[in-house]
Design a protein around this ligand. Structure first.
Ligand code: DOR
Length: 425
């Protein structure tokens, strides 16, 4: 039994408290205190439902030199995540029920965050032949995606949406038109021209989202079950507008944005540091403003990390050769608590919803309620500021665009079904 005393409760519905939260047998037993062996002081802190990351690259199997389940899921619980969706662009890709099952069993044995594997939409993520959605779902896959790769064949995506719909699975898309993106390593525009670097135009994202929404319309018209399309890492104003219009028209589409697109712009690349090389690329301040509006008006359902660990040696190569990706599992919440809530006034209940209830809804999961009898997957957050120190990361990617930045809102206690999986009280 754990008693978290005198703590404010925050979820999508608002703030309450302070209350005394008693946890035992995997559940919230009471909000009015009680006897417990372990007592945690919640004064000045707030308790939120556990976070779910819809988009983490944990690199297992095959690239354990970058990350593995043990390091990635430990990084997750330190970041306040109780549930993590792992991306299937591993080596080889996660495209069979056996691999999904093996990942889940291994994660289960680690006893950290719960792993919810995403599986590839197409065999080998090659964009041609579909994977067996029903068997993958049975093995525990929660989402199908060829993330990291773009689905160039609209017909394959349509068939994938139809098949996934019949098994109740959403399909997530890395929406970039490869023929427009070509070899772009940063946002296309004046800065890329000035730096002499190949640009990846915002239209590559917008064009692909527009196409995918038409594919969704087709699938919706032809399918008895509702196909669900999830747009990953939205980075452009135009892409966001397209999703907003589609939602208004009632299409079953959801979308996420990343911590890096919400807090950094292409300006970060002026010093040619590959740390900031990511796909889709960091965009302009106007794009970022549009994303912030999207967080407020519900166009964006979730903040998802796109945690993309690489070795330091790889990220120290020159900008043209270094791999795409920014790791952020351990800093995502403190970063956005500080930059969006404290500095930009994004209401805390909305921010927490974007980390928990929103991403859960994308997967069709019910919200974690802060109520008696509810599953005790919880995170205790501390508003006190401290600097980001990547050398202390659990992730194997011990570097960060936000190194040295003073942030508040650090997870100091993470519980998964009542079990303490992270503690830094
Ligand atoms: O920045 C990225 N990194 N974008 C992707 O699409 C893939 C990811 C990775 O796997 O490293």
């Amino acid at each position: 039994m754990i008693l978290i005393r005198n703590v404010r409760l925050v979820d999508a519905r608002g703030e309450r408290g302070p209350l005394d939260v008693l946890v035992g047998e995997g559940r919230i037993l009471s909000l009015e205190g009680g006897e417990a062996k372990t007592i945690v002081d919640g004064t000045g802190r707030f308790l939120a439902p556990g976070f779910l990351d819809l988009h983490a690259h944990l690199r297992e199997p095959g690239e354990e030199v970058k990350e593995d389940l043990a390091s990635g899921l430990l990084a997750a619980v330190r970041g306040g995540y109780t549930h993590v969706v792992s991306m299937p662009n591993t080596k080889p890709p996660v495209d069979t029920p056996e691999t999904v099952r093996a990942l889940r069993e291994k994660a289960e044995a680690l006893g950290l965050a719960r792993l919810l594997p995403a599986a590839a939409l197409t065999q080998g993520q090659e964009g041609r032949l579909l994977t067996p959605a029903g068997l993958l779902r049975e093995a525990g896959a929660v989402l199908l995606t060829d993330d990291g790769r773009t689905n160039e064949d609209a017909g394959v995506l349509a068939a994938g949406l139809l098949q996934a719909a019949s098994f109740g699975l959403p399909v997530a898309v890395h929406a970039e038109d490869a023929s427009l993106r070509r070899g772009g390593v940063m946002n296309d525009g004046e800065l890329a021209d000035l730096l002499g670097l190949p640009g990846n135009p915002p239209e590559a994202e917008a064009a692909r989202i527009a196409r995918d929404l038409e594919v969704l319309r087709y699938a919706l018209r032809r399918s008895p079950a509702t196909p669900r399309l999830h747009v990953q890492h939205l980075s452009t104003q135009r892409g966001l507008e397209l999703v907003r219009e589609a939602k208004r028209a009632g299409l079953p589409v959801t979308a996420e944005a990343t911590p890096h697109h919400l807090t950094l712009t292409e300006e970060a690349l002026r010093g040619l540091d590959p740390l900031y090389k990511v796909a889709p690329p960091l965009r302009t301040a106007e794009d970022q403003e549009a994303l912030l509006e999207g967080l407020l008006d519900g166009t964006l359902d979730a903040i998802a990390t796109d945690h993309a660990p690489h070795t330091e040696a790889e990220k120290e190569m020159d900008l043209l050769r270094a791999p795409f990706g920014i790791p952020s599992l351990e800093v995502a919440f403190p970063l956005l608590y500080t930059e969006l809530h404290l500095k930009r006034g994004l209401p805390l209940p909305r921010l927490v919803a974007l980390f928990s209830e929103g991403p859960r809804r994308v997967l069709g999961l019910p919200p974690l309620l802060l109520e008696e009898g509810a599953e005790a997957s919880l995170v205790l957050l501390d508003p006190r500021e401290r600097p980001v120190d990547p050398r202390g990361f659990a992730s194997k990617a011990r570097f960060s665009p936000w190194a040295g930045r003073s942030l508040g809102g650090w997870p100091v206690l993470t519980l998964v079904e009542g079990r303490v999986v992270h503690q830094a009280l």
